[in-house]
Ligand binder design. Structure first.
Ligand SMILES: [Fe+2]
Length: 310
């Protein structure tokens, strides 16, 4: 069983349903805070809906679980399951899209996206043809509700060269941001900036202008963060590929009174800026996909104000 299939989905504890957000919805903008015992434990059983993008995917070939979204723009993180045999022609999205494949295999033009691989598709850059050669589970993360335009490529032979060599790709101003495929099992670990020893990261994407970033965080077993919690001036989201992250979470129903929970395989949260969280630890170690909307700076505070630690 792969991590994405959720080994813990069959014995989901009976958590109380999280209370609705208390913030006034008329003054809350962007994505709503998603952080609860349920979401941290596993999103595998979250509500499913058909996944449909005209010219790209439809019918009963795929379903989505919307983990978090800005309802006004469609900016979102979705856990999408695609059936083997799905295909789509060459085209381009009209917004930036990030995809992280949790299991399975999807071909995008000449690139295979499989087990823990990542792609960044800038708006307007030609992609495809697409094909799922296995049942595939992915995180699909568009910057807004995406459209997929195929008309400029309709008379082309549906081969990988006709997207990779297309003027919309090779002469695209956003080519510098394009990441056709990064497989995390081929990448070296790097030192993290803020966390103590036993943590490391593999960088997937970073915008030099805003600091927006996507990366993999690894934690060794028995890693501890220490006596601190932190907030930062950027929203942050994470999906736990495998392992555990335990500690003091800033739940959506009571964000300023952190409480204990354990994040497990396929657990997820999306947290607004400046909602402080932690400290955390891991018993079995962790492999986690992280995204921030802007540059990450940490503002630390003491978790236990007894600084003598007695
Ligand atoms: Fe954080």
């Amino acid at each position: 069983m792969t991590p994405a299939q959720g080994k813990n989905s069959m014995n989901m504890p009976n958590f109380p349903k999280p209370a609705p957000l208390r913030a006034n919805p008329r003054t809350s903008v962007g994505r709503l805070h998603v952080e609860s015992e349920q979401s941290l434990y596993s999103v595998v059983e979250f509500e499913k809906a058909p996944f449909q993008i005209a010219n790209f995917i439809g019918g009963d070939r795929a379903e989505t679980q919307i983990l978090s979204q800005d309802a006004a723009t469609g900016e979102s993180t979705q856990r999408v399951t695609i059936k083997k045999g799905w295909s789509a022609p060459i085209g381009h999205f009209d917004t930036d899209v990030e995809i992280f494949v949790l299991s399975g295999e999807v071909r995008q033009g000449g690139f295979k996206l499989r087990n823990l691989s990542y792609t960044y598709l800038p708006a307007g850059l030609a992609t495809g043809p697409w094909e799922a050669s296995e049942d595939t589970v992915m995180l699909f993360m568009p910057d807004r509700k995406p459209n997929y335009l195929t008309a400029p490529y309709a008379d082309l032979e549906q081969i990988a060269e006709n997207s990779a060599y297309h003027l919309n790709t090779q002469m695209n101003d956003r080519m510098v941001d394009y990441i056709p495929c990064k497989e995390i099992n081929s990448m070296n670990w790097e030192q993290t900036t803020f966390l103590p020893a036993g943590s490391a990261r593999k960088s997937l994407f970073k915008c030099p202008r805003t600091g927006r970033a996507t990366w993999i965080l690894g934690l060794v077993p028995m890693w501890i963060e220490g006596n601190f919690f932190a907030g930062h001036p950027t929203a942050e989201e994470a999906y736990l590929i495998r392992g555990d992250v335990q500690g003091h979470w800033s739940m959506q129903d009571d964000p300023f009174n952190r409480r204990y929970a354990a994040m497990r395989d396929n657990g997820y949260y999306w947290r607004p800026a400046h909602i402080a969280h932690g400290p955390f630890w891991s018993e079995s170690g962790a492999l986690c996909l992280f995204r921030t909307k802007d540059r990450l700076d940490c503002h630390w505070a003491l978790h236990n104000p007894d600084i003598t630690q007695r």
